[in-house]
Write a new protein. Structure first.
Length: 107
């Protein structure tokens, strides 16, 4: 969905791959945190306890992968996360749209 949002902002073609994929990975992480919360995983919508456990383990694996990947996706995720922690989510998104890069820490 983040790819679509970036496209609607008319900045997707101009973005460095690390910036685009990084912010998209952050959104994926946020989605998993929101929609794969432990409350959701323990919900009775699963036919078996095993299904809930499988989803919990899958989420954990995906989150760990995002945080440690050595490729452009992992690098972008870590840079996007640092920018969001320093400047906030909305400011980071605005900066990406306007400047086509992550905001950086002051030196």
């Amino acid at each position: 969905m983040m790819h679509a949002w970036l496209h609607l902002q008319d900045c997707r073609k101009k973005l460095e791959e690390k910036v685009e994929e990084g912010i998209c990975e952050v959104m994926c992480h946020k989605w998993m945190e929101r929609f794969c919360s432990s409350d959701d995983l323990d919900h009775s919508s699963y036919k078996t306890y095993k299904q809930g456990q499988f989803k919990r383990k899958l989420k954990q694996l995906l989150v760990e992968s995002m945080e440690t990947r050595p490729d452009i996706y992992g690098q972008g995720y870590r840079e996007a996360t640092r920018a969001i922690e320093k400047f906030g989510f909305q400011t980071t998104l605005n900066h990406i749209v306007q400047k086509e890069s992550f905001p950086h820490r002051e030196k």
